[in-house]
Structure formats: C-alpha cells, structure tokens
Design a protein around this ligand. Sequence first.
Ligand code: CA
Ligand code: CA
Ligand code: CA
Length: 562
Amino acid sequence: MSSTPLQPSRRPRCLLMAALLGVCLSAVAAPKTGKLPSSAVAVTPVAEPASVQRLLIRYRTGIKMGAAASADGATERAQAAAQVMRSAGLAGESRMHYLKSVSPSMHVATLEQAVSAAEARAMMQRLQADPAVLDVMIDQRAKPHFVPNDPYFTGRDQWHLQPSSVIPGGLNVNDAWDRSTGSGVVIAILDGGYVTHADLLPNVLPGYDFVSADPPGSTPTLAGQPFWTANDGNDRDSFALDPGDWVTQAEVTAGFCDEATPESTWHGSHVAGLAGAAGNNSQSGLGVAFGARILPVRVLGRCGGYVSDILAGARWAVGLDVLGVPRNPTPARILNLSLGLPGTCSSTIQSVIDEVRSQDVSIVASAGNDGNTLISVPANCRGVFAVTAHTREGDSADYANVGSGVRISAAGGGLNTLLLEQPGSPRGIVSTGNAGLTVPTSDADLLLSGTSMAAPQVAGVLALLAAVRPDLSMSTLESFVVGSARAFPAGGYCATNPQALPSGFCGSGLLDADAAMATALGIAPSGGGGCTAAPNGQADLSLLLLALAAAGLMVWRRRQVR
Ligand SMILES: [Ca+2]
Ligand SMILES: [Ca+2]
Ligand SMILES: [Ca+2]
C-alpha cells in the first residue's frame, strides 16, 4: 500500500469571463453517429401509449358557426356531441362521449375507462365506418423539449453540455433531460468537500469528512500541526465543507508538500457541480444530473489525500460500515473519484473496489492529466469506469492520459492534441466554486480543465440512466454508456493513433447522453440537431493529418510512455 497522497486531477483555474460562443459553423449535414448496441434492452417505445382514453376525430364537414351562435357556444357543442355520439353508435361503442372541440370539424372523444393501445386501434377502425369521419388518432400527451433556463447553459458558456451539432465535443443531453434528471439517485463525490454555493446547496446531502489527522511526528515540521492536511482544525468529522486547499511555497520549502498551490482550487465543488448542480433555476449553470443528490465525501485536503481515507470514504459512501463513523443514511449508487496517483492498482485497493462494486455501484474515475499512456490509480483498477478527456472540438485533450482500461472520453476542456482549436471561448469547463483565494469567501463560478471535469459528467449520465432504469444493474447501464458513444472526430488523436483503436487507449468514443438514454429506453436516438459537427476547414486538416500519419511522419504530441 502506497502512502503517497493522491492528487486531484486538475488544471490551473481562472475566473469565468462572460464569453459568447460560436454557433453552428457550417451548413453541411453530418450523420449522427450514436448507435444502438445489440445489448440494447427492448422496452415499449415511448411513442406507443400504454393506455388510451382519448381519441381525436376529424370530420369531413365542420359544425357551422352561425353569427347568431350562443355566447357560450352551447348550441355548437351540442351539435358536435351529437356528431360524435352518431359515430360512436355506428361503431357500436357505448362507452364513448364527446369531450371538447379543437376546431369546428375536429372533436375530442373520451372513453369511460382507459383501454389498451390495441383496443384503441380496433375502435379507431370501427369509427371510420362513419362516412362523415375523415380520420381518427389517439389523443396523446406531448412532452416539452426541455431546455433549462440557467444562463451559463443558455449562453453556451457551459459548452460541454451543448448538442454535438453545435459543439462537436458536447455532451448532447437535451433529449435525455426530457426523460430524466437523475431524480432519486445519489452520486457520491469523493473529493475536497464542498462550498456553500447557491447553485450547489439545493442538491447537497449531509456528507462526511474523512480527511484524518496527519501522523504525529511524520515530519519534524508537521509535528505541531496535526491537522495541516485536513485544514479544518480537527480529525474525521461530519462537516464535509471545503476549508480551502492552498499550499504556500514556504510550506513546500518546509517539507509539508511537494508542490505549491497558492490559490485554493475548490476542486470538489467544481466536480460536484458538474455532476449535479441545481438546474432550471435561472441561476449559474447546471449539472448533468441536476435532479440527483450529491453526497460530498471529503477525502482530499491540502496536498491531496491518503489512499486510506479515500478507501474508507468509498466504503462509507455506499453504506458499508467504517469504524468510528456513523453509517451513511443515504448510500450512493455512483461514486466519482476525480483523483489519482501513479502506479498499478494494489491488491489492497482492488479489494475495496471489489467490495464497493458488489453493492451494485458504479465507480467512475479520471484517467489523469500527465499527457501519457498510463492511467492513474484507481482508474486502472478492475471494475472502475476510467474516463479520459476531450476538448470542444472532440479531440483528445493534450493533458489527458489515455491507455489500456479507459472506457470513454468526456469533455474536460483545454487544448487539442492534434486538431486546430476553433474560435470560441471559454476552453475550460464552467462549474460551481468560490471566489476565495485561500479560505472560502463568496460564490463564484470557475473555469477548470482536466480529466477531473470529464469523470463527473459520466457519473451524471449514469445517474440519468439509473433513474429511469432502476431495474438494471449499474454494469448494464455502464455498457449502454460505452456502447452509445459517438465516434472520435477524424484527424484527432483518438481517430488516428493506431493504439487508440478499436476501443483501445481512448475508450469507445465521445460520451453522448442522448444516445445512452435512447439505448437504455430501447428507443431510437433523435439526433444531435440540424447543423454540422465538422467546422469549416477541419476536413482539409483531417486529410492532411491522415496523410502524414500514413506516411509515418506524424509525431504524437506528448503521448509516448515516459
Ligand atoms: Ca476534519
Ligand atoms: Ca470537516
Ligand atoms: Ca443553476
């Protein structure tokens, strides 16, 4: 067991600047690449109602609306009712009544009791026996094509959530939100805790703080400061708030940590917000599963956190007992670990992963930001859903680790490995944070990039699926997410590096929430929108890169094992 502190997978932050993003970049149609794997579970298509109680009848001739019509239209309604009852009589249907009208020639009939779709179809055929009837349809419910009103979403600052037709690296989640917001699902965020951001608090459950005291005398300088890592003045406790994780150069010099972080990152809050910040509340942005609950499990303090605290936190998160800690009353179905350390997955760590997974839980972990082909612990543990990161253009982010065991890529922001960056800002990912440079002060939304930002979007999509398919195991839902990924863009690292294909170093493709939802519900995906995924000029660049690769001239930027 390593005693090396685990580090959050993160990049330097900056405060969000208002930025207008580009819209559709070309009029060339691009095929939708989301696909239904053969493992898709067939369920009743949503387009076919389970029961029918209302029919919409269109007649060849309408009721005359005379100038002398009564003010409340009682005469006309009586005529319409008589027309409907005549049709019902011809159809031999005694349980049918007139409800109301759409137009003088179109009326709604209602049944005393709901019937099956098959019965309704037979009834509709009988109604056609009335020569006055032009056609009949089932009067179904339409659902709103929900678009949240959160300004960072509507303004496309949260580019990572946009349709792939607008942002090639976007999550494509609008249709999935028509089906699910993750309601009833708990996502544990094993990270640095949370801040009291107004867009985070509505969805945050009481969590727990597992950052334990520093070992007495572990270094001479730490001897007098047992809670330097925890930074909240005590050992494990029930307050998972993030007190800040800044590390000064003086503390590095004194041997407290190997790396200075002069400003607190608010990493845990950013990650939590990406998975489940409050949505459709006209405020800030929103999380992928904005109807889910976030369970903050604080396992990182200053200079990261110890494997032992992370493993204890993971066990607690799913409802397993940890000595000295009250049992978690709200066990999580999904764990997100946007953190890691180099090396192989030890048997000690693997044993806890196996124990947690046995609770039918998904463990999502970021692959790391070293820009190499070795993915971190715990992402490389068996049964952990490892996530690499891509950019706005859908190319592998230059910092993102790829490698054997990666399941999928999600948006993490930053710079491309191979493709040219297209105009539009920001390149980082917007989520909840704090304005404080060291200790928390006021709410702020921050831009961060990294595989840390990619993983919670996978956790969010899994929560969307778990909410609508509680009958399926998390492993099955994971396979839907993997199987419904979009293809990596031509010319990008993952589409051209031979090691990346098929389903190799980069996983199966770009995370696609709508396609994953369609798979989970057994329905056809509705597509990513009306304009192209390929910006102008990118095709030419792709051809050039492919030609270079074919000629063996391609130098893979920052991708060699080191
Ligand atoms: Ca504490
Ligand atoms: Ca605490
Ligand atoms: Ca919001």
